[in-house]
Design a protein around this ligand. Sequence first.
Ligand code: PLP
Length: 397
Amino acid sequence: MFAQLQPVATDPILGLMAAYKEDPNPNKVDLGVGVYKDEQGHTAVLKCVKEAEALRLKQEDSKTYIGMAGDLGFNAHIEKLAFGASHKVLLANRVTTAHTPGGTGALRVAAEFIKKANPNATIWVTNPTWANHISLFQAAGLKVKEYSYYDYSTKGLNEEAMFAELATVPAGDVVLVHACCHNPSGMDLTFAQWQRFTDLAKARGFTPLVDMAYQGFGEGLDEDARGLRYLAEQVEEMILCSSCSKNFGLYRERIGAVSVVAADSKIADVAKVNLLSVVRSIYSMPPAHGAIIVANILNSQELTALWHQELAEMRNRINSYRQLIIDKLAAEGVTQDFSFITRQHGMFSFLGINKAQIDRLRSEFSIYMVGSSRVSIAGLNHSNIDYFAKAVATVLK
Ligand code: PLP
């Protein structure tokens, strides 16, 4: 039976990671993978996480199952973090949350949940979007369509095309929107655009699915959630998938959450049993470790303050490099306009260079980025920014 299997294309980022690893050039630069790196190029465990883990080691007295919804303390915290502590959907018990294995797990559970609610639903995703969105939703049996989002020529939002296309989405379909730090473009919706999106969701009756994988990496924890909080105030129902991979640096612990907002608490109760039946049939229960680390941090004022400080350090470092790229390229005599980089948020931006230039950066300078010219800004640091700017200036000539 297995001999009949055909090879499957792997994610190009994985191939890029492997090629980077094997490259003997001591000056090599990895701008491919979407993982935060510090000034030393290291993805360190946050101090608040170390302390929360020590606490867990001391306090944990059982390894029994935690239940399909996962850690209830974590779920309560993550709802407040996303929606804000006194959001009307929380006060009205309209939200049900399950902690999941990462943001990817949240999206897969959401997809199966959508299929239960409406087997004919199409899910609309931004063009472009995180590559895994499309394969993940298709694997769950949902139809996927794209709507215009990033305009490669203006390096901004393709606003009119986006809203014109969303105005054709029927009730019963789902529209995925990135809460902040759009992956791969870094181009986020302004608050006015969130309002426009919300008006359209209400008028058309489609269900928004907000994917928030980078809360706190854009402008701040509350600022990054402002759009989705407004949306949740206005619409009857929506789904939120969140991830603690980036903002808590818990990547390999696989911790995220799916929250369903329903029109009232009764529907939310029914949504909950459906959500949990999806969980039961995929992995039964989520792993506890990451959730308890996050809960330990958010249960403690001291650890929360430390987390805020460490998160701000990551955010500020990325944002300072957004400006530095522009300054260093200008210093190298590049006249092309790169100012769009500071108008974008989070870990990524498209550099907007062509394939031949991307290939040259890799073959001549060992600078690795994906074929779309998406760069992970956190891969830059004081030891490689000048080398990077000189190399880009060379291939742009
Ligand atoms: N959504 C987006 C837009 C992402 O970029 C990512 C990770 O890169 C995820 C979801 C999933 O994150 P994880 O499963 O690592 O928590």
